[in-house]
Ligand binder design. Structure first.
Ligand code: ZN
Ligand code: ZN
Length: 189
C-alpha cells in the first residue's frame, strides 16, 4: 500500500511556533447521526484510520456507541462531550479518548471540527459507524446528568433542557435532519 500523506489544514510555520488554520465550514461527505454533520475521509487501512468531522454550531450526535474506540482531537471551535452522566466542554487544542462501547454524545457549541482516529476504522459515511442508544444510557448510574458548563444537575426522567441547559444531548434537543428520518436510516429512530 503506497504511503498516503494528506494535508488537512493550512500551516504557518514560524521559528518558535506553528499555527494551523482550520476552516469552520462544511466538509464534502455527509455523516449519519447528526443534522448537517459532514466530514472528510483522511487516511485508513481498514484497521485504523482518521477522518475530519464537522458539526455546525448547535448540532450534535445523539448518544451512541460504535464498533471501535475513538481518539478525538478537537481542532476547531468549542463543543461538548457527554460521558457517564457529565457534559464536558471541549475546545480546539484538546484531545480525548472514548471507548466505543461506552455510550457518549458529541455536541457543537460553535462550529466544531474534530480529527477522529478510530480503530477498527469505519468509513465516514458508513451507516454502522455509530449505533444510537437511548438518552437513559448516557446518564450516570444513579440517574443523574450534570452539565459542567451550566452547573446544573438533573435526575431522570428530567433532562438538562428542562433547566434551560442548551447543551442537553437528548435526541429532542439534538434533533434530526429530514434525511435521517427516512426508512433507510431507520437505525437512527
Ligand atoms: Zn449546559
Ligand atoms: Zn434535551
Amino acid at each position: 500500500m503506497p504511503l498516503d500523506i494528506v494535508t488537512w489544514a493550512e500551516s504557518l510555520i514560524a521559528e518558535e511556533h506553528t499555527e494551523l488554520t482550520i476552516g469552520h465550514d462544511g466538509r464534502p461527505t455527509r455523516i449519519h447521526g447528526a443534522p448537517d454533520a459532514s466530514g472528510q475521509a483522511l487516511v485508513t487501512n481498514g484497521a485504523v484510520g482518521a477522518d475530519l468531522l464537522r458539526l455546525p454550531g448547535g448540532s450534535g450526535f445523539v448518544p451512541h456507541t460504535h464498533p471501535g474506540h475513538h481518539v478525538l482531537v478537537v481542532v476547531a471551535g468549542i463543543g461538548t462531550i457527554t460521558y457517564a452522566g457529565r457534559i464536558h466542554e471541549t475546545r480546539a487544542g484538546q484531545v480525548y479518548l472514548v471507548e466505543g462501547a461506552v455510550p457518549h454524545a458529541v455536541g457543537a457549541i460553535t462550529d466544531h471540527v474534530i480529527l477522529a482516529v478510530g480503530s477498527p476504522h469505519k468509513q465516514i459515511d458508513a451507516e454502522d459507524r455509530m449505533a444510537p442508544v437511548p438518552y437513559e444510557e448516557v446518564i450516570s448510574l444513579d440517574g443523574e446528568m450534570t452539565c459542567l458548563l451550566c452547573a446544573v444537575t438533573t435526575t431522570a426522567p428530567e433532562r438538562p433542557h428542562s433547566l434551560g441547559c442548551p447543551h442537553c444531548p437528548c435526541p429532542e434537543c439534538v434533533g434530526r435532519s429530514p434525511a435521517d428520518s427516512s426508512p433507510r436510516s431507520g437505525v437512527l429512530a
